[in-house]
Design a protein around this ligand. Structure first.
Ligand SMILES: *[C@@H]1O[C@H](CO)[C@@H](O)[C@H](O)[C@H]1NC(C)=O
Length: 191
């Protein structure tokens, strides 16, 4: 006869096994809730439903901006905000160490969720570029030619190795063609 302690340990072990085989390994919005300085960013992940797409990835890197920095895009329509934020989600896991390793002696190009959602490999709109600058600083920007490495890495926020990494950057990356503030003019119905 098993005693009840053994039984509950077995039940516990069973649930650990079951839950580790479920594809969703994390909930981005739950993770970010612990960081009030990213509450607006988190709010937009929910409003645009990018959160559910993020949660389905096996591994991911989020470039987050704090509440103050994100205010520069908060006047934009929600679909534009969604496009902008999807450019801030890199496929694959990069913590600072891995980034530094990748960027040592070269620039690198990263694929984003924007690319996955809008696939247009020619313009490079859905890709980010990063490089080491100055004394070991990491600069990031749109990979579109001539757009420049417009933001810098501030600090790592959190990482779950090989699954999710959240890195803070100085400001949102506004790529050419992603985040234009003027919507297409609706023709005057009287004409
Ligand atoms: C992330 O997931 C992709 C797709 O499953 C895989 O090819 C890649 O090796 C993974 N990267 C890491 C760091 O686990």
């Amino acid at each position: 006869m098993m005693n009840s302690r053994t039984t509950s340990l077995l039940i516990f072990a069973f649930f650990v096994l079951v839950s580790s085989s479920v594809t969703t390994a994390f909930h981005i919005t739950k993770i970010l809730r612990k960081y009030p300085e990213f509450s607006t960013y988190n709010h937009y992940l929910i409003k645009t439903d990018l959160q559910s797409q993020i949660d389905r990835q096996p591994n991911i890197t989020i470039l987050a901006v704090d509440n103050k920095a994100i205010s520069s895009i908060s006047e934009k329509p929600l679909n534009v905000i969604k496009n902008i934020l999807s450019l801030h989600v890199l496929h694959d896991y990069y913590d600072i160490e891995k980034l530094v390793k990748v960027l040592t002696s070269k620039t690198a190009i990263f694929t984003t969720l924007y690319q996955t959602n809008n696939g247009d490999p020619v313009s490079l709109k859905g890709f980010l570029e990063a490089s080491m600058v100055n004394e070991g600083e990491i600069a990031i920007g749109s990979a579109v030619l001539g757009s420049g490495l417009t933001v810098k890495l501030v600090k790592p926020v959190l990482s779950h190795p090989d699954t999710i990494s959240v890195l803070q950057i100085t400001a949102p990356i506004i790529a050419p063609g992603i985040g234009a503030s003027s919507p297409v003019k609706v023709p005057d119905p009287d004409n």
